[in-house]
Write a new protein. Structure first.
Length: 228
């Protein structure tokens, strides 16, 4: 059985995986679902302002250290793909699998800002107008989106990742592409790139971006897919 660390995307906390976690635990896996620094309900303004991609990678590494995890499966949704890439690069030999769940797969020197679409970059700018350091959650019709979403630290979205190449030696790397929001997804070219790379296993789900909530059984099934 695997030890999985689940990293949410921007504006979200550990609750983003609440439908998937019990399914994985019922299958016998050990599951840790994170809320990143700056996204916790009791984080003050200074904590939010200081939090960047390095901070979030350190959140994952600290959890691995605290639980003495040496054979981790890191799962990142959306922005969380940046985080798990950085964390895996900092913990060579301790991560056996990466799963990018409709998530960014950065190369050295890239950022969430540089990897996304103009529409998302504009959303980051508009969303940070109130404070200058935190991007408010985007409105999503018809109900305004999940009320537990919180402003996301802007610094983490614009900081460029620094990779040594250790992340490329993770034995198994999976990309799950959610194809049900083709009009807005920033991952179309990424899916084509990884689909042509034999180092990656690419899977397609006919859901919107939040597949963990729309199709938790399908997501759990993909995460439960362990090597023979």
């Amino acid at each position: 059985m695997a030890t999985l660390i689940l990293v949410p995307g921007a504006w979200h906390g550990s609750w983003a995986f609440e439908a998937v976690t019990p399914l994985l635990e019922a299958a016998g896996h050990t599951v840790h679902s994170l809320t990143l620094t700056g996204l916790r309900p009791d984080d003050d303004d200074a904590t939010v302002a200081r939090a960047d991609l390095d901070t979030h990678a350190d959140d994952v590494v600290r959890l691995m250290d605290a639980f003495e995890i040496t054979d981790a499966t890191l799962v990142g949704h959306s922005y969380g793909g940046m985080v798990i890439s950085a964390a895996a690069d900092r913990t060579p030999g301790r991560v056996s699998r990466l799963v990018h769940l409709d998530a960014y797969v950065p190369r050295d020197g890239e950022s969430c800002w540089s990897s996304t679409t103009d529409a998302y970059r504009q959303a980051f700018v508009d969303g940070a107008a109130d404070t200058g350091y935190a991007v408010r959650p985007p409105f999503r019709a018809p109900h305004g989106g999940e009320p537990r979403r919180r402003p996301h630290p802007l610094a983490s979205l614009v900081q460029r990742i620094r990779l040594t190449g250790a992340v490329d030696r993770v034995p198994r790397r999976d990309f799950i592409h959610c194809s049900g929001w083709e009009d807005a997804t920033p991952f179309t070219r990424l899916r084509a790139r990884l689909g042509a790379d034999p180092a990656w296993r690419v899977h397609d789900l006919p859901t919107g971006h939040d597949a963990m909530r729309e199709a938790p059984d399908a997501v759990a099934g993909l995460l439960d897919d362990q090597p023979a």
